[in-house]
Design a protein around this ligand. Structure first.
Ligand code: PHE
Length: 483
């Protein structure tokens, strides 16, 4: 039974969440930043920037953050706070209230599904980071060359049992925090860790600054060469803007549902996006100089940070200490993101199935953990399984690659597109003006214009442009005469 949807509330923003509330706006900023800043910034951004040619990719990504990401984040937080329930029930309640179709609740379901799929592989990668805490801490990398560092990484990913063990530990860590609930679990952890992560990234950038590859690293990241970016690269840059800001699947929506009324949504979202972007750029600035100074390959793929940063740690003073600290913080960043990936599902289980938070967390955790086995195996025993090898861009894609592509580049942008449509076309102007609380002058119309026109058009164009690479879509487009 949905908890609140039957209650007629005249002023909807007076609704209360049964799950509790953040203690303040700052607590929300920290939690949302905790969700946004994660493996996406430090592990994924550098390797996809490396695979897609650098500068031009980074520029498209930054544009997507500004024009698509921030407005959609505002829409998500606004919808969440107005509905004050899990995304599924929030969408149902708001659709009813706005006399829109009941099918909108499927958007909530799609989000739960996306969160489940993402967490299933996210946890495996977070497991790598966890294992590197011990590897760096024990001084394993001291004095090693790039080759030595690389072979340590391949030994790890080639061993399914080890990957499984770390994946299991990380999933248990996630479920423990989720079970403890909004304030006690989530809020406390991020307060200290986010600033610490920032500081250690600065230390690493300082190290990179003195390396011989710094100039090359900076120019790789910031000198756009549009001949290097493909249509598919464009889609990856846009998908990553959604992934890194935790948009399009209800994570930020469910966090918004715990946001006290009266806190400014616009300022909050801009702050979170800026911090997220800064962390990604710092990670890039720390990693690429090492890549170039050691003659490594920028397009090394998902192992990039695990094959580059340890070289630096192996050669700097107190490297084992800094290295351990870095991976501890990376694990915390991943941890504060993983809890938000599963929170929409857990909130729904509590609301509709009457489970306690503890039981809801255990159920959701076991399901996600099991699905994660596919990713564990795709790095070793099943590394030759290429399900979509008939399609050119997926020729080399493992199960993990496909899961990542499907969620980040298709499900999240599609979810974001629908969120934009709901916020700007289905919700009444009055409701959105009231909930966003930024007056009716310049900024509100700007937001509304962006989510009504710019965002949907931009997302659709990138989709069409990129997917035209796929033969089936090309045929369809040919038939209707657009190709
Ligand atoms: N934003 C997180 C990261 O960058 C990942 C994430 C995606 C979290 C979607 C929640 C929802 O690592």
């Amino acid at each position: 039974m949905p908890v609140l949807s039957n209650e007629r509330v005249s002023m909807t923003s007076k609704r209360k969440s049964i799950h509790g509330q953040w203690s303040s706006r700052l607590a929300f900023v920290l939690a949302a930043t905790g969700s946004a800043v994660g493996l996406g910034n430090i592990w994924k951004f550098p390797y996809i920037a490396g695979e897609n040619g650098g500068g031009a990719f980074v520029l498209v990504y930054l544009l997507c953050i500004a024009v698509i990401g921030i407005p959609i984040m505002m829409a998500e937080v606004m919808i969440g706070r107005r509905g004050r329930q899990s995304p599924i029930n929030t969408m149902r309640t708001l659709a009813e209230e706005e006399h829109a179709s009941g099918h909108w609740q499927w958007l909530g379901w799609a989000g739960v599904m996306a969160g489940f799929l993402i967490l299933s592989y996210y946890s495996v990668i977070a497991g790598w980071a966890l294992s590197y805490v011990f590897r760096t801490g024990s001084g394993l990398f001291t004095g090693l060359t790039a080759d030595g560092v690389q072979s340590i990484f391949s030994n790890l990913v080639n061993d399914p049992e080890r990957l499984l063990a770390w994946h299991t530990i990380f999933m248990v860590m996630t479920m423990v925090i989720v079970a403890r609930g909004v304030r006690h679990g989530l809020e406390k952890a991020v307060k200290l860790l986010m600033p610490a992560l920032f500081v250690i990234l600065l230390v690493l950038v300082g190290y990179a600054l003195n390396s011989s590859g710094f100039g090359q690293g900076v120019s790789f990241l910031f000198h756009p060469d549009f001949s290097k970016i493909t249509a598919n690269g464009l889609l990856i840059a846009m998908g990553h803007a959604f992934f890194t800001l935790s948009l399009g699947m209800g994570a930020i929506m469910v966090y918004g549902s715990y946001l006290p009324s009266g806190a400014s949504i616009a300022r909050t979202c801009i702050a979170v996006s800026l911090m997220d972007t800064l962390v990604a750029l710092l990670a890039g600035l720390a990693i690429f100089p090492i890549v170039f100074a050691n003659g490594l390959e920028p397009a090394a793929g998902p192992g990039l940070i695990f094959q580059t940063l340890p070289i630096a740690f192996g050669h700097m003073a107190y490297g084992s200490f800094f290295g351990m600290l870095f991976f501890v913080l990376l694990v915390f960043a991943a941890w504060s993101s993983s809890i938000s990936l599963i929170e929409p599902a857990v909130a729904w289980l509590v609301e509709n199935k009457g489970l306690s938070r503890v039981h809801a967390s255990i159920n959701a955790g076991i399901a996600t953990w099991s699905f994660g086995l596919l990713t564990v195996l795709s790095f070793n025993r099943w590394s030759d399984v290429k399900l979509l090898s008939a399609i050119e861009i997926f020729k080399e894609s493992t199960i993990f690659d496909l899961l990542d592509y499907l969620t980040a580049n298709i499900m999240l942008p599609l979810g974001g597109l629908l969120i934009a449509i709901f916020a700007a076309r289905k919700m009444s102007r009055e409701a959105t003006v009231e909930e966003l609380g930024m007056g009716d002058r310049f900024f509100y119309p700007l937001w509304r214009f962006l989510v009504r026109y710019i965002t949907p058009v931009a997302v659709s164009l990138v989709f069409l442009y990129a997917l035209r690479d796929i033969r089936l879509i090309r045929t369809i487009l040919g038939v209707i005469g657009i190709s």
